[in-house]
Design a protein around this ligand. Structure first.
Ligand SMILES: NC(=O)c1ccc[n+]([C@@H]2O[C@H](COP(=O)([O-])OP(=O)(O)OC[C@H]3O[C@@H](n4cnc5c(N)ncnc54)[C@H](O)[C@@H]3O)[C@@H](O)[C@H]2O)c1
Length: 263
């Protein structure tokens, strides 16, 4: 018996088999969940992203996956994704939001004060507003309640040089989590955030000073090490299962205790 038997939900954010969303899907599947997948579609990449995502899903052992293109910055793509899930299944139980984007130029050390209006708007739109956009579409698909999670980082609470506008987006994401948890609580829909330690992914490689973050994490964290994707995946399984039925609006740190240490 798994913690997530008979639960089905949408996963946003698998770029490859190193993505946080991939580790989350792996844990959810191990606990009995059925995952419905989406991939980012960019018109000029000749299907490269879809192929990489499909290969990563194959590695999860899922044959013939439910997989649709979705650029979460486009309302019409989100509508099409949630409408198709409704048409195919009637309802869902969970949504995993594991997406973020900021222009590489905006993630350089010492350059936060040069952030342009466009860089700011795009980072907050893709990395934070999309959670609200997914939550509002989830209400109709979760008549019996459900759960949403998203991925944050400590740079949304404290200054991490180089994380820059993404830190502002994470602060917005974590606080949106609380507002959404309050309003959707009436529908028995829970919303929580996981603040994960640094993991070597495509998105992480764009952040200025990422190597220093890994070294600092190992020196300072209570557990004197970094975390694994599996550890975040297992926390996601807990947050999407009935084991956490009384938990909502929280940001849970899965960072080997990095954020509790001051010096
Ligand atoms: N890697 C880390 O160190 C770390 C630490 C804490 C939190 N996070 C967060 O984890 C989440 C996942 O990132 P990751 O590190 O796994 O990197 P990743 O590059 O594997 O995943 C990022 C995903 O965002 C998707 N994406 C970007 N723009 C999109 C859009 N407009 N529509 C739909 N999807 C879009 C990409 O396609 C990709 O799948 C992000 O929110 C990230 O900020 C990462």
């Amino acid at each position: 018996m798994g913690l997530l038997d008979n639960k089905r939900g949408l996963i946003f954010g698998i770029a490859n088999d190193r993505s946080y969303a991939w580790y989350i899907a792996q844990s959810l599947i191990a606990q009995g969940a059925e995952c419905l997948f989406t991939h980012l579609y960019l018109p000029d990449d000749k299907g490269k992203m879809e192929r990489r995502c499909r290969k990563a899903i194959e590695e999860l052992g899922v044959e013939d996956p439910w997989l649709v293109p979705c650029d979460a910055s486009k309302d019409e793509d989100l509508d099409a994704t949630f409408d198709k899930a409704k048409a195919d299944f009637g309802k869902i139980d969970f949504v995993v939001h594991s997406i973020a984007f900021a222009h590489r130029e905006a993630l350089k050390m010492g350059e936060f004060h040069r952030t342009t209006r466009d860089q700011w708007t795009q980072a907050l739109d893709v990395s934070a507003y999309t959670l609200v956009a997914m939550a509002q579409r989830s209400v109709d698909l979760m008549p019996d309640g459900g759960a949403l999670i998203n991925m944050s980082y400590y740079g949304g609470e404290k200054v991490i040089p180089g994380y820059n506008v993404m830190g502002i987006a994470k602060a917005a994401l974590e606080h949106s989590t609380r507002y959404l948890a309050f309003e959707l609580g009436e529908n028995n829909i829970r919303v929580n955030s996981i603040s994960g330690g640094p993991l070597r992914t495509l998105a992480a490689s764009a952040v200025g000073g990422i190597s220093e973050m890994f070294e600092h994490q190992q020196r300072k964290a209570a557990l004197r090490r970094n975390i694994t994707g599996e550890e975040v995946g297992n926390t996601a399984a807990y947050l999407l299962s009935d084991l956490s039925s009384g938990v909502t609006g929280e940001t849970i740190h899965v960072d080997a205790g990095f954020s509790i240490v001051g010096l």
